[in-house]
Each structure stands twice: as structure tokens, then as C-alpha cells.
Design a protein around this ligand. Structure first.
Ligand code: NAP
Ligand code: GCO
Length: 265
């Protein structure tokens, strides 16, 4: 086997919402694999923060302000990237939000906002890049799904609905554009230590670990939270030629939690 199949040399990757967290880790890995990095975030402050972080890590990246829920802004950004940088070979739909609210206390507006960012935006970004990928005869789209693409839990109804929808959007893009040599797959991170999950890991007033933290560690065969680095290898694989015959697949990177019923109390 030619191990260059895992190289991203000469490819241009656009990672949404990648000023920090999972998106930044994926961008770093893609740069190490040879790709040109483009990212966006929702405001200038975050983009500048991201650019400074990338520079500190020695990663050359171009950053743009764009709200991925705004179709006109997304279309304009894709045109700008393809003019200023290069045609987009790899799209990672990473931008996301979560609101942890009991469903009966959640407003329709809050529910819609989560679905807007976590499901509608990946549709808008994929819709914007697919025509160019078809014209060039190849493309990779990677949607950052979630364990909540498969499981529910209290207070995350909007997020689970959106990430469940993202699982099926992934499979539908595969179905509709696989014939154009576009591979669309998902990554389903387990519980990863990032700002988004910080509230679930906060130390209690008495210094003890958060009950949810203890719960996740007990439910995960790997007996630990995931790190953003755990996602880098799977992300490179799904962006590379090594996965050209993998399509419509959600690759769960969860330490085995989805496979495990849990220890008998
Ligand atoms: P995160 O805190 O969810 O960060 C996501 C990034 O997207 C932030 O920079 C965020 O900006 C940005 N963003 C939000 N709305 C946006 C919009 N409308 N337009 C452009 N950018 C926007 O970080 P994360 O934990 O690294 O999560 C990244 C992805 O992984 C998300 O899709 C998340 O659902 C998914 N995920 C996370 C975990 C986990 O355990 N952390 C597990 C499974 C899946 P702001 O800072 O302004 O919000
Ligand atoms: C939560 C967490 C999860 C993770 C992730 C799990 O409140 O349950 O935030 O939703 O973010 O999506 O895969």
C-alpha cells in the first residue's frame, strides 16, 4: 500500500468554527498532512484569536468572519476562498452550539437556533461547495456529528435532533453525490474535553469531580474523556484518498462508549 494515500498535500481544507477546540485540532492535523487551511468563525475577535493560536503552533491559516447560518454569507465566503486561496477540496462542518435546557422549558426560538447552527448550516456549507467539487471531479465533506446522533439524554433535545439529522444529511449527501466522487462522512466524537463540555467537568464546591464527569468516565471503556487530539487521525483518514471508498459512514471516536452497556452497579 502507498502510505501517501493518507497525505493531504496540495489540498485546500475549509473548517468551519475552527478558532479553537475540535475544529482547530482538525485544522492542525490537516496542515501537518500537507493541506492549506482556511477557517471561519462567527466574529472578528474569535477569528483573530484563532489566527494568533495557529501562528503560535506554526500553522499557516487564513481566517474569515462568517456566520454559517447565513446562506448569502456562506456563498460569498466560498467564492472569496476560491478566489483568494484555492478551490475547496475538503469541507469540515465543525461549527456548532449546544443549549442544555429541559425540553418543556426550551423556547421554539432556542430550539430553532441550535438546529440552525448544527444542521441547517452544514447543509448550507455543503450546498455551497458541492458544485465546485462536482466540476473538479472530487471532494470530501466531513460533518462533525455526535454521540447524540445515536443517543438522547436529558436537556439536549435540540442538539440531539440536529445531530441526528446531521447523521442522515451525511448519508444523503453520500447518496446524492457519491457518483460525482464526493465522499461525505461524519465523525461522531464521544465526550471530548473542550470549552463546550467544560460545564460537565467543573469541580464541585467541595472539590469533588462533577457527577457527570464521573458518569462519563464510568460509561467509557477507555475510562477517560476524549481529547481533541484523539480526533486528528480519524479526521485525516476521512479527508484523504485512503477513504475514497468510504461514504455515508459515521466514524464514532468515543472510547467505546456507544458499544458499552456499563458496569453492573
Ligand atoms: P464549540 O465550543 O462547540 O465550538 C464550536 C465553534 O463554532 C466555536 O468557535 C463557535 O463560536 C463556532 N460557532 C458557533 N456558531 C457559529 C456560527 N453560527 N457561525 C460560525 N461559527 C460558529 O467547540 P467544540 O467542543 O470544539 O465542538 C466542535 C464541534 O464538535 C461542534 O459541532 C460540536 O457539536 C461537536 N462535538 C463536540 C463534542 C465535545 O464533547 N466537545 C462532542 C461531539 C461533538 P462561539 O465560541 O461563538 O460559540
Ligand atoms: C452533552 C454533551 C454532548 C457532547 C457530545 C457527545 O451535554 O451531553 O455536550 O452532547 O457535546 O455531543 O458526543
Amino acid at each position: 500500500m502507498d502510505m501517501n494515500a493518507f497525505s493531504l498535500q496540495g489540498k485546500t481544507a475549509w473548517i468551519t468554527g475552527a478558532s479553537y477546540g475540535i475544529g482547530m485540532a482538525i485544522a492542525e492535523a490537516y496542515a501537518a498532512a500537507g493541506a492549506r487551511i482556511v477557517f471561519n468563525d462567527i466574529n472578528r475577535e474569535l477569528v483573530d484569536k484563532g489566527l494568533a493560536s495557529y501562528a503560535e503552533k506554526g500553522v499557516e491559516a487564513k481566517g474569515y468572519v462568517c456566520d454559517v447560518t447565513d446562506e448569502a454569507a456562506v456563498q460569498a465566503l466560498v467564492a472569496r476562498i476560491e478566489k483568494e486561496v484555492a478551490p475547496i477540496d475538503i469541507l469540515v462542518n465543525n461549527a456548532g452550539i449546544i443549549r442544555r435546557v429541559p425540553m418543556t422549558e426550551m423556547s421554539a426560538e432556542e430550539f430553532r437556533k441550535v438546529v440552525d447552527v448544527d444542521l441547517i448550516a452544514p447543509f448550507l456549507c455543503a450546498k455551497a461547495v458541492i458544485p465546485g467539487m462536482i466540476a473538479r471531479g472530487h471532494g470530501k465533506i466531513i460533518n462533525i456529528c455526535s454521540m447524540m446522533s445515536e443517543l438522547g439524554r436529558e436537556t439536549v433535545s435540540a442538539y440531539a435532533a440536529a445531530k441526528g439529522g446531521l447523521r442522515m444529511l451525511t448519508r444523503n449527501i453520500c447518496s446524492e453525490y457519491g457518483g460525482n466522487n464526493i465522499q461525505c462522512n461524519g465523525i461522531g466524537p464521544g465526550y471530548i474535553a473542550t470549552p463546550q463540555t467544560a460545564p460537565l467537568r467543573e469541580r464541585q464546591p467541595d472539590g469533588s469531580r462533577h457527577p457527570f464527569d464521573q458518569f462519563i468516565v464510568a460509561k467509557t471503556p477507555a475510562a477517560r474523556w476524549g481529547t481533541v487530539e484523539d480526533l486528528q487521525g480519524p479526521a485525516v483518514f476521512l479527508a484523504s484518498a485512503a477513504s475514497d471508498f468510504v461514504n455515508g459512514h459515521i466514524l464514532y471516536v468515543d472510547g467505546g462508549i456507544l458499544a458499552y452497556i456499563g458496569k453492573q452497579p
